[in-house]
Design a protein around this ligand. Structure first.
Ligand SMILES: Nc1ncnc2c1ncn2[C@@H]1O[C@H](COP(=O)(O)OP(=O)(O)O)[C@@H](O)[C@H]1O
Ligand SMILES: [Mg+2]
Length: 294
């Protein structure tokens, strides 16, 4: 294991009874890097994060975090990581400051250190004014920020963020993105999961796309857009009577099956990736299908 690797997983498999949650996941995160694990609901993101953070044992495969084996050296792994789960883990009845102190206690950190670190984190996450109010009075965005602050009390070098912005309004989401970007500037290694390409694109240099427990694509966001984003022809027809004709026309242009969403029909075009010289076709015909879309 070379020392610039923070997280390395090979062939991770996890079965829950009949359910094959993970079906052979390979993953590498270098130190200081942000990797986005992108996939729809049920893809296996949380299961991957739970295995890497030692909360679950894999059925097969191996993984190291900070150079330690997640199955054989779980205590060493836990000391190196911070984890913010998909659902905020703050205690409703404790204040923001008390929540952070509780995490300090869990990590057996010196009270004086925890006090200073908490004040610093509360300031950083814009929670100083609310620090002495019970967390149940916090908004969703504030809870997530507190949750993230809690995972940072022990100064982890590697941070796992499981869907950090799911359910947040756009403003809170932007705020959290800013915080994550700052963490990364300070050298924290981050593995974050998300359902949003936009979020992976914004935060991660390297994106691993998973579905049904398998890696289906991997690369920078530019590479992925070229590979799987592709261009699509999109046609909107005036009434449902025109849908069948449009589907057939698009099938001829595209060679692939068209996707029909109400009056909007779209299909991939093999003209090539964005930015290539091959001409691509993209049109929207609000009233009737235009014959120029060829
Ligand atoms: N404890 C569990 N028991 C049974 N099935 C589970 C359990 N945890 C997750 N699964 C299943 O494993 C698959 C992957 O789940 P998960 O890792 O939570 O996906 P994601 O986080 O990408 O939404 C899903 O089909 C889910 O229903
Ligand atoms: Mg999940």
């Amino acid at each position: 294991m070379t020392s610039d690797i923070a997280v390395h997983a090979e062939g991770l498999v996890k079965h829950f009874g009949e359910v094959k949650a993970l079906d052979g996941i390979d993953l590498t995160v270098r130190k200081g890097q942000v990797v986005g694990l992108l996939g729809p609901n049920g893809a296996g993101k949380t299961t991957t994060v739970r295995i890497l953070s030692t909360l679950l044992k894999p059925t097969a495969g191996t993984a190291t975090v900070a150079g330690f084996d997640v199955v054989k050296q779980p205590d060493d792994v836990r000391r190196a990581i911070g984890l913010t789960g998909q659902y905020a883990a703050v205690d409703e009845y404790l204040t923001g400051r008390e929540n952070l102190r509780m995490f300090g206690d869990l990590y057996h950190l010196a009270p004086k250190y925890v006090k200073e670190r908490s004040a610093e984190l509360l300031e950083w996450f814009d929670l100083t004014d609310a620090a002495d109010r019970p967390a149940k009075t916090y908004s969703g965005g504030m809870r997530r920020r507190l949750d993230l602050a809690a995972s940072l009390v022990a100064h982890p070098s590697i941070l796992f963020l499981d869907e950090p912005t799911t359910g947040l309004d756009p403003r809170s989401r932007l705020g959290l993105w800013g915080v994550i970007e700052n963490l990364v500037k300070e050298g924290t290694t981050v593995l974050l999961t998300t359902q949003y390409l936009e979020e992976a694109d914004q935060l991660a240099e390297d994106i691993v796309v998973i579905d049904h427990g398998k890696v289906i694509a991997h690369g920078t966001s530019e590479q992925l857009k070229d590979e799987i984003g592709g261009d699509r022809v999109e046609v909107t027809v005036a009434d449902s009577g025109a849908v069948a004709g449009a589907v057939e026309a698009l099938r001829q242009v595209s060679g692939a099956d068209a996707l029909v969403e109400d009056l909007r029909i779209s299909a991939p075009v093999s003209g090539g990736p964005v930015g290539s010289q091959s001409p691509t076709c993209s049109c929207v015909a609000p009233r009737s299908m235009t014959s120029s879309c060829r």
